[in-house]
Design a protein around this ligand. Sequence first.
Ligand SMILES: NC(=O)C1=CN([C@@H]2O[C@H](COP(=O)(O)OP(=O)(O)OC[C@H]3O[C@@H](n4cnc5c(N)ncnc54)[C@H](O)[C@@H]3O)[C@@H](O)[C@H]2O)[C@@H](O)CC1
Ligand SMILES: Nc1ncnc2c1ncn2[C@@H]1O[C@H](COP(=O)(O)OP(=O)(O)O)[C@@H](O)[C@H]1O
Length: 427
Amino acid sequence: MLVLCGPGNNGGDGYVAARYLAQAGWPVSVAAYGEPKAGSVSALAAARFKGPRQPFTPEEAQRADLVVDAVFGAGLSRDLDKGVSAVLGAASRRVAIDMPSGIDGGTGQPRGRVSKALMTVTFVRPKPGHLLYPGREDVGELVVADIGMPSAALASVPPRAWRNHPGLWHLPVLSAESHKYTRGVVSICAGQSMPGAARLCAGGARSAGAGLVRIAAEQGADLFRSGPPGLVVDDAPLPDLLEDARRKVWVCGPGLTEREVEGALPLLLAAQKTVLADAGALSAYAGAPEKLRGVAVITPHMGEFTKLFGPVGQDLPTAVRKAAKDLNAVVVLKGPTTLIAAPDGRLAVNTHASPALGTAGSGDTLSGVIAALLAAGMAAWDAAGAGVWLHGEAGLQAGAWPLAEDLDRYLGPAREKATKMQGGALI
Ligand SMILES: NC(=O)C1=CN([C@@H]2O[C@H](COP(=O)(O)OP(=O)(O)OC[C@H]3O[C@@H](n4cnc5c(N)ncnc54)[C@H](O)[C@@H]3O)[C@@H](O)[C@H]2O)[C@@H](O)CC1
Ligand SMILES: Nc1ncnc2c1ncn2[C@@H]1O[C@H](COP(=O)(O)OP(=O)(O)O)[C@@H](O)[C@H]1O
């Protein structure tokens, strides 16, 4: 076993790991890339390792059955030099301490040539770089180890980013007096040319627990009347529908053309509705995100995000937080890892999902799920995080090749699972 130790605290962790491995009887050597600063805790840890030292070379890394990468962790401050990449790349099996050397812990972006670890052991909490691609791929199996960090120390550095999971938000539960209006009403603006998107959105909202879902279809109402029997279809003009105070939450965008968005969104905002803007409502305002001001949540995928706000660069967490702050809305940047940012800087990073979700219409389902949770009274950032998790769980339960409409029947079980994880009674 060979432990590759860098000059900082990550190297210090490496020396400690080497000492414990030696004590446990493993044949272990250390190869150092630079010595720790005299007097530092890492220098102390290095001095306490009494085992053999090897040169920091690709040949030594290749000879070892297992290499521990403790060269750089969270303190990587410039690109990896080629010599370090060559040594790390020569190892056939590698376990990384904290971060595989060369991955930026804040963004998941590589700084130099990085090769994939079998496993990464980090401490206390995962960092965004463990969860965001491409870093997520290089991390291998992620283990978050408790190293006994006192809670007082943790409290002094409150996190601004969390992994998205049911401990982060609270789903409302049914009570004996619940009825459809307490569960929440979701209204969806429907388009004439792509009515399927509004139907998928409605299916997501109904299956995620909305008490009543209505489609505002105006002259396209007949397109929807053959749909599911529990779906209410309105043909009245939008301004009339907006007068109903019980209809607070609206989805605008799935299946809408630019003209349809321009006809509907300003009315929703003027009526001070809680609006989730998706799909067409995002493309309609390419380069002009200020036109969306007043919406509660937007749910762009990367293409829509870029059209709205311009190129994102390497640092997704910063870009999505800035968009949320500028727009004063919750921004859900969808993808294999989905980021959920609030205007005040809170960020949830969701990896609870399946590539099976990458099918046309699955985003429409998601907008309905989030709208259902908004209608149930959840705050926007919580509703968005919970919606993304439930949608991800439905994707995980739905097998490898679901259609978007197949997700609906897994949303109820997903909600039950999250509620159980929260320790809540189902009824
Ligand atoms: N933050 C925490 O709560 C804990 C951190 N620990 C460890 O401490 C690590 C962070 O320690 P450090 O801040 O010392 O950072 P690192 O040990 O990751 O690296 C910092 C050192 O490497 C140098 N360096 C950075 N990039 C370089 C490059 N590309 N080429 C050459 N030299 C480079 C820096 O000048 C500095 O000397 C974590 O990753 C983790 O392993 C653990 O000891 C446990 C607790
Ligand atoms: N590889 C993947 N892993 C996990 N989730 C994915 C993956 N690809 C897509 N998704 C999810 O599927 C949904 C697709 O939404 P979107 O791109 O808006 O599609 P559409 O417009 O066709 O509905 C998003 O929630 C996204 O996060």
